[in-house]
Design a protein around this ligand. Structure first.
Ligand SMILES: Cc1ncc(COP(=O)(O)O)c(C=O)c1O
Length: 384
């Protein structure tokens, strides 16, 4: 008999979710104002160690508003990875700007700081205090690192490089809530941090997002833009084109209940990753993407690294065994919308993409599930 599907990453609803959502329904506070929205903003920002939190309808909206508030204008360029989920790159486009794709660091799978440094030093020039890409002639306005699969980018040198050119850094921490860089939480490490509470993330609101920052004027601007730029709400006085990007109280109620469990979710995911690693150690040709000494990953998605020749056949085999797996995202510079964008030292991103398979990583994964997944991986290599 076929074993039940082992999903990749599903929500774990085991705390006060029903209670808090019911309270919203019972009181009628269901929409974009309410005590859970305030609590969620306060608690997430406290958790990550940032002064301000602005809840948004999803992580993509958080990124869009952060880029706008950091002053990204049509025609600008933003440094971003090609190896990422598409949302941050789309958000750059929503601002009328273009991404410049810079290669990954194989140790973290995130932006390679040395390559960013080389690009800015060799391919760009300062003019009147602003940085311009010598090839395109466009202004380079920000750096957008993404903490891939939960593992932090090497942020200290990245912040140093950004500081040298006075570029804001927008940290996409959508996948890395609870992860730490040098004992500080991701999302609090640079100009602004962005989170997603989509259903596949470590905690979920169903859908939701958050911007975190220590910069009060950025926080005010982001909040303003998220509420239709309504300067005097009673009189409906809007002073620019804004967005309806606020999170609802129902979603925030879910989020508050989930946040209460976050520490235990991180602990479980780290334990599961260590268990996978221990069991996989005996299998040649397979590595598990691991963490750097300065990092504490939330291991949002555990990811195998295999040879390019094994990647698709192994995925097909695991799927046939009712194990849900996923490839990494197609590289951004290969997608039709972005294939005209500049790439720089992208080889490592291509190599890593061709090796990655994300494997079941939900909080409710059991030791037996992990053993089963590893046994099937072993069986694939035995029969190859
Ligand atoms: C790295 C990254 N950035 C942004 C997002 C977008 O978040 P959302 O789906 O909440 O818009 C996601 C996930 O969905 C993501 O993985």
């Amino acid at each position: 008999m076929m074993r039940e599907l082992i999903p990749l990453s599903i929500p774990h609803i085991s705390g006060n979710e029903w209670k808090y959502v019911k309270e919203c329904l019972d009181t009628g506070w269901v929409s974009s104002v309410g005590s859970y929205v305030d609590q969620f903003e306060q608690r997430v920002s406290e958790y990550v160690g940032a002064e301000f939190g602005i809840a948004t309808v999803n992580g993509t909206a958080a990124l869009h508003l952060s880029l706008l508030a950091c002053g990204i204008r049509p025609g600008d360029e933003v440094i971003a990875p090609s190896f990422t989920f598409i949302a941050p790159v789309n958000a750059i486009r929503y601002c009328g700007a273009s991404p410049v794709f810079i290669g990954s660091d194989p140790a973290t799978l995130g932006l390679d700081v040395n390559k960013v440094n080389d690009f800015l030093a060799q391919e760009c020039a300062l003019r009147n205090g602003e940085l311009y890409n010598k090839q395109s002639g466009r202004k380079v306005s920000a750096i957008l690192p993404v903490h891939i699969f939960g593992h932090p980018v090497d942020m200290a040198p990245l912040n140093d490089v950004a500081g040298q050119y006075e570029l804001p850094v927008i940290e996409d921490a959508s996948e890395s809530l609870g992860s730490e860089y040098q004992e500080r939480k991701t999302g609090s490490l640079s100009t602004v941090g962005c989170f997603s509470f989509n259903g596949n993330k470590i905690i979920t609101c169903g859908g939701g997002g958050m911007v975190t920052t220590n910069d009060e004027s950025l926080a005010n601007r982001i909040r303003h833009l998220s509420t239709q730029a309504n300067k005097k709400p009673f009189e409906y006085e809007h002073d620019e084109v804004g967005y309806n990007y606020r999170l609802t109280n129902i979603q925030a109620a879910l989020g508050v209940a989930q946040l209460e469990q976050l520490d235990s979710f991180v602990e479980i995911k780290r334990k599961n990753a260590a268990h996978y690693r221990e069991l996989l150690a005996g299998i040649p040709n397979v590595d598990l993407a691991w963490e750097e000494p300065w990092a504490k990953s939330n291991f949002w998605l555990c990811t195998l690294m295999v040879s390019p020749a094994d990647r698709i056949p192994l995925m097909e085999y695991l799927i046939s065994q009712n194990i849900q797996v996923r490839p990494a995202w197609k590289l951004m510079h290969t997608l039709s919308m972005y294939q005209d964008c500049q790439v720089y030292k992208i080889e490592a991103s291509v190599a890593e993409y061709e090796r990655c398979i994300s494997i079941p990583s939900s909080v409710q994964l059991t030791a037996e599930d992990i053993q089963f997944v590893v046994d099937r991986i072993k069986a694939y290599f035995d029969q190859r």
